[in-house]
Design a protein around this ligand. Structure first.
Ligand SMILES: Cc1cc2nc3c(=O)[nH]c(=O)nc-3n(C[C@H](O)[C@H](O)[C@H](O)COP(=O)(O)O)c2cc1C
Length: 167
């Protein structure tokens, strides 16, 4: 006879603390919507499929950037380098123009803003979205990928930015 799972969900604080232990790379998702550059920092970025080349991230349903991202015809994934913790924090702030100085960026081949000095850029076409809990799963078809500096990723762990040290 199999045990049944307890009829309860995890304590919210325990859940948050366990997730914080999971180190993640940091990206900034950018797009141009109605001529306006938009973007937000995300650690939920992941590869999904090799063939077709699909990547994903999750965006909070309450994000004010999401409606703009959703209406864009493509978006860019800017994979941040270890020296870009301030840039990551900037693209998570609400009270500023994230693209104003000192942010350095240029329009990409299809128009989405590309941040300068990042480890890599991916240009993605919208493939699928799915409401999942209080987030939206966004899947993109990668149209272009460029690596600039593969060796120095920015990581996020237990509420802090850091570097990767190979063993
Ligand atoms: C390290 C870090 C990782 C984040 N990851 C995500 C994420 O994966 N998805 C998300 O929706 N917001 C994430 N956020 C929050 C957003 O960057 C941003 O603060 C939020 O979207 C509020 O801004 P908005 O209303 O313009 O979207 C993250 C913030 C930080 C600092």
């Amino acid at each position: 006879m199999t045990d049944t799972l307890p009829d309860r969900t995890v304590n919210a604080e325990h859940y948050r603390r366990a997730l914080a232990v999971h180190a993640a790379g940091v990206v900034v998702i950018t797009a141009q919507s109605e001529g306006i550059p938009v973007g937000l920092t995300a650690t939920s970025f992941s590869s999904v499929s090799l063939d077709p080349p699909l990547v994903s991230f999750y965006v909070d349903q309450s994000s004010t950037t999401w409606p703009w991202l959703r209406s864009a015809d493509h978006f860019a994934v800017n994979v941040l380098a270890s020296g870009q913790a301030e840039l990551a924090a900037r693209f998570a702030r609400k009270d500023i123009d994230r693209f104003a100085e000192p942010t350095r960026w240029r329009p990409g081949p299809l128009g989405a803003p590309l941040l300068q000095d990042v480890s890599a850029h991916l240009i993605c076409l919208p493939h699928e979205t799915l409401d999942v809990g209080d987030h939206v799963l966004v899947v993109g078809l990668v149209a272009e990928a460029n690596v600039h500096d593969p060796g120095r990723p920015l990581l996020y762990h237990q509420g802090r930015f850091g570097r990767f040290i190979a063993l």
